[in-house]
Ligand binder design. Structure first.
Ligand SMILES: C[S@@+](CC[C@H](N)C(=O)[O-])C[C@H]1O[C@@H](n2cnc3c(N)ncnc32)[C@H](O)[C@@H]1O
Length: 275
């Protein structure tokens, strides 16, 4: 029998827009746990968390680590995980609140939960409403209709990856595309041109793509800019911009597999008839 230690850890998501996107279970952890440690960009969400939490710590200043010589975003993520784990090791019930879904394009939660469990603490994650969930609703795209590929923009650029242009492609973090320093929070036309050149191996330059930014509070307007793939370097980007590339080719049937399945169905019918 394993003896769980006194501290515990839960990661919750606050959704993209706090109003209506915070799940009841996330809210209950936020209100009942000993401490809430949060990384959320929206000021209204931060103020609400601060108001309802028994104790509140904001992680946003950890991003300043990237301004220090020799430090990168990886150091920021490590320090965020360490800040969370330190409170848990001190015996507190820690609720770590991240915007969106706490486990989607968010390495800190996966890292901290794995380490907490390894040390014998109870640790888990509750799902939240991510940018992808909002995108599906706002753009009216069903990832199931043609299948979906989803990857980080710079990762797509610097690794040899194969795309399927019959499926939807979501490129995250296009607003920092091509940054190899892991210090910048922006991109530039030259980086985006390299991204376009790589995408052009799969899509025509006049293929319609979408720059998407979900509104994060009622005063904002959701950005849905439709443009030619080749025009991406001319556009403006934020850290929250997501690039959506709809399929450019129609699905082709794999007749050999269809024949195999039909043959199986025919065989089954014969066996049933004979029985
Ligand atoms: C580090 S990831 C965090 C994702 C977040 N955990 C989630 O569940 O959506 C940041 C990326 O998510 C996407 N993103 C974040 N906020 C967004 C928004 N308001 N609208 C569209 N995409 C967004 C962008 O691709 C951005 O670069």
């Amino acid at each position: 029998m394993t003896n769980k230690k006194q501290g515990s850890l839960v990661f919750v998501g606050t959704g993209m827009r706090m109003a209506g996107q915070l799940t009841p279970i996330a809210q209950s952890y936020i209100e009942s746990f000993d401490i809430v440690i949060a990384a959320v960009p929206n000021i209204f969400t931060r103020k609400w968390l601060q108001g309802v939490a028994k104790e509140y710590v904001c992680l946003n200043d950890h991003y300043d680590d990237t301004k220090v010589e020799g430090k990168t975003r990886r150091d920021t993520y490590r320090r965020m995980a360490d800040t969370i784990l330190k409170e848990m090791r001190a015996g507190k019930k820690v609720c770590a609140a991240f915007y969106g879904h706490p486990g989607i394009f968010a390495c800190i939660s996966h890292m901290a939960i794995a380490e907490a469990r390894e040390e014998g603490y109870e640790a888990h994650m509750e799902p939240g409403i991510s940018a992808l969930d909002c995108l599906v609703a706002d753009l009216g795209i069903d990832p199931g209709s043609h299948g979906m590929q989803s990857m980080e923009s710079t990762q797509f650029m610097i690794y040899k990856r194969t795309l399927d242009p019959t499926a939807l492609l979501i490129l995250w973090q296009v607003g920092i595309a091509g940054d190899l320093t892991l210090k910048r929070f922006d991109t530039e036309p030259a980086h985006l041109q390299i991204l376009v050149n790589k995408l052009a191996q799969y899509y025509p330059l006049d293929h319609e793509v979408i720059l998407y930014e979900a509104a994060t509070d009622p005063l904002e307007k959701t950005r849905i800019d439709k443009l030619r793939l080749g025009d991406l370097p001319k556009m403006s980007y934020k850290q929250i911009t997501t690039l959506v590339i709809p399929p450019a080719q129609t699905l082709e049937k794999d007749q050999a597999i269809i024949d195999e399945l039909n043959a199986l169905a025919a065989l089954r019918a014969q066996v049933q008839q004979a029985a």
